[in-house]
Design a protein around this ligand. Sequence first.
Ligand SMILES: N[C@@H](CCC(=O)N[C@@H](CS)C(=O)NCC(=O)O)C(=O)O
Length: 291
Amino acid sequence: MSQQDEYTPPKVWKWIKESGGTFANINRPIAGPTHDKELPVGKHPLQLYSLATPNGVKVTVMLEELLAAGIAGAEYDAWLIQIGDGDQFGSGFVSVNPNSKIPALMDHSTPTPTRVFESGAILLYLADKFKAFIPADPAKRAECLSWLFWQMGSAPYLGGGFGHFYKYAPYRMQYPIDRFTMEVKRQLDVLNQHLADNQFMSGDEYTIADMAIWPWYGQLAAGKVYDAAEFLDAATYTHVNRWTREIAAREPVQRGRMVNRTSGELHEQLHERHDASDFENRTQDKLEPAE
Ligand SMILES: N[C@@H](CCC(=O)N[C@@H](CS)C(=O)NCC(=O)O)C(=O)O
């Protein structure tokens, strides 16, 4: 008998801490801080507290795109939040995001500091604040927001569903893998059909919708998320692959991917970003020999 056949849910669910899986040490059924820890504040108007997961990368790509477009007000400090160590449960972080998940942003350029959490809300906040990467025309704006919210609603099927059961669960179960693979392939097909007729998600304009979708579905198709490109037969989504390559070639995207990254090639890891020169001088290949 397989492990999944043996489970009979009790009348009332109880938290068994050693339930297994990659994130078992940080998953908990209660909200709020576990410890006191203030967040650091740097010199720039925008303070980002994050990690280079797909949700984190959305925001660092947007900030690097804004800076590349000459918008100096988008200067930012990016502080590392190590979610595997439970930094998201520190009191300072929880006061910026009561949901204890990266990314979280504080805007110190407003009369009193403004907190923003949820990656989609952060993208929209920055796009509206700087009037960039969001169409001004109402119909095009509606299309852009539709795809942005599509991503926010779809990603949990990819991350919490497919990714969790394909990669992180303590053992492989066919039922959830089949269920979420079906849904993720359907989502890839939604994108593929749309991108067959559109250069970007909102037509010919590169927007926050692309920035939200690319770190998840673009990186999935490129084999950089969950190592699942072959399993999902990702090569067959040719229009998604074309769009993925086009966005990956943008320099601000390449920089954004590096910020708060703690895995992979050392020269692609910039644990914290406080200045544009950090990309040259403070990647881990430069820092680690000295440490
Ligand atoms: N809907 C949220 C999801 C954020 C999210 O799931 N963040 C993950 C990393 S990608 C996290 O911080 N996990 C830590 C935890 O669950 O304790 C968003 O888009 O901002």
